[in-house]
Design a protein around this ligand. Structure first.
Ligand SMILES: NC(=O)C1=CN([C@@H]2O[C@H](COP(=O)(O)OP(=O)(O)OC[C@H]3O[C@@H](n4cnc5c(N)ncnc54)[C@H](OP(=O)(O)O)[C@@H]3O)[C@@H](O)[C@H]2O)C=CC1
Ligand SMILES: O=CC(=O)O
Length: 334
């Protein structure tokens, strides 16, 4: 008898076929919240695969047979890992396969914000290009400037490499631990958060969303930045106090911003950020290329199949589950 799973994000047909070879697949189109059909299927399924859905105690009490939650993203701030581990449920994500694609996008944001690419694209398209542009429309240089990266992990490093090799930028970074590869190969310098904010021309937030990083960048942090600084967020909106960001931009405490993520997504249509020419706003598209989204779905499918057929999923977030589950089995044998 085939086991049952829920798929709540669309995936390419060949990958769907892989899933249906193993499982009865209940497909759902969730907007953001669970609906009654989803809750009813949750009672029976052993795996769920998708992205963004908040998986916490409230969901898990409705899923008595669940063994694996397969996130189709590298960030897993939507998963309550402690609760999942306590219940012996595996959690997986999709690291590495999206690293270069997200790094490319962040460089795009950086260039667009510094060279005013979106603003000047509109200038041309709206028929305002009548003579050579004046100084008031000049941008700022990127090459040889200092890029401060908060969260030098897989994606942070790929961005640092592009900035170092491609644009001869100086790299400073802030993590909880030091990154010897970046220091040795890219001459990156570790800095306290405060120091990084003071010395950087471009400040990029690339750390994960965890309780300690909520509103990591607020009014005080913006006040430490250079007036010529460009602020970039490629990780999660909640790491930044958006009201403080808006205030910093309105009061010209910083020069501009490039944003892929927001406190609320989709961003409210009346957000002041949408009225600012010196802010580049993207709709959370870090990994959104055909190839990379395919690779993410493929890895997620592999995680799910392996997790439910007795193998270790390649990107298991909470390996303690395996230890705890095998201890439980041994205890019940003995
Ligand atoms: N915009 C988009 O579409 C995308 C956004 N993302 C976001 O990017 C994030 C990073 O992904 P990835 O690079 O693969 O993850 P990694 O885990 O490889 O890197 C995260 C880095 O952040 C550092 N970090 C963790 N906590 C803190 C902290 N409190 N203060 C400072 N640094 C910290 C970690 O270093 P240390 O442990 O030493 O502190 C680590 O090096 C994801 O969690 C996701 O939220 C990812 C993909 C696409
Ligand atoms: O935001 C996207 C992710 O993969 O995390």
């Amino acid at each position: 008898m085939k086991r049952e799973i829920i798929l709540y994000k669309s995936i390419p047909n060949d990958l769907l076929e892989q899933l249906t070879n193993y499982f009865i697949v209940h497909q759902h189109q969730l907007k953001s919240e669970m609906d009654d059909y989803f809750i009813s299927d949750l009672q029976r399924v052993e795996g769920i695969i998708g992205s963004k859905l908040r998986v916490d105690q409230q969901l898990l009490v409705q899923a008595p047979r669940l063994k694996i939650v397969t996130n189709m993203s590298v960030g897993y701030d939507n998963l309550d890992i402690e609760e999942l581990t306590k219940r012996g449920i595996m959690a997986t994500n999709t690291p590495d396969v999206l690293t270069d694609t997200v790094a490319d996008m962040v460089l795009g944001l950086l260039l667009a914000a510094s060279r005013r690419i979106c603003e000047l694209d509109q200038y041309v398209k709206l028929g305002r290009w009548d003579e050579n542009i004046g100084e008031h429309l000049f941008g700022v240089d990127v090459h040889h400037k200092t890029l401060g990266i908060i969260g030098m992990g897989r994606i942070g490093l790929a961005i640092a490499e592009r900035a170092h090799y491609g644009f001869k930028m100086k790299i400073v970074y802030h993590n909880r631990s030091t990154h010897s590869y970046a220091e040795k190969n890219l001459q990156a310098n570790y800095a306290s958060l405060e120091e990084l904010l003071k010395v950087s021309d471009f400040i990029l937030v690339m750390a994960p969303l965890v309780p300690e990083t909520v509103k990591l960048i607020g009014e005080k942090e913006f006040s430490l930045m250079k007036e010529t600084a460009i602020f970039l967020n490629g990780s999660r909106g909640e790491l930044v106090d958006e009201t403080a960001l808006i205030h910093a931009l309105q009061s010209k405490k910083i020069l501009g911003a490039g944003l892929d993520v927001y406190e609320q997504e989709p961003i409210s249509k009346d957000s002041p950020l949408l009225q600012m020419k010196n802010v580049v706003t993207l709709p959370h598209i870090g990994s959104a290329t055909k190839d990379t989204r395919y690779q993410m779905a493929k890895l997620a499918v592999e995680n799910l199949i392996k997790g439910l057929t007795g193998e270790v999923p390649p990107s298991l977030i909470n390996p303690d589950v395996l230890k705890n589950n095998s201890k439980k089995e041994n205890d019940s044998d003995g």
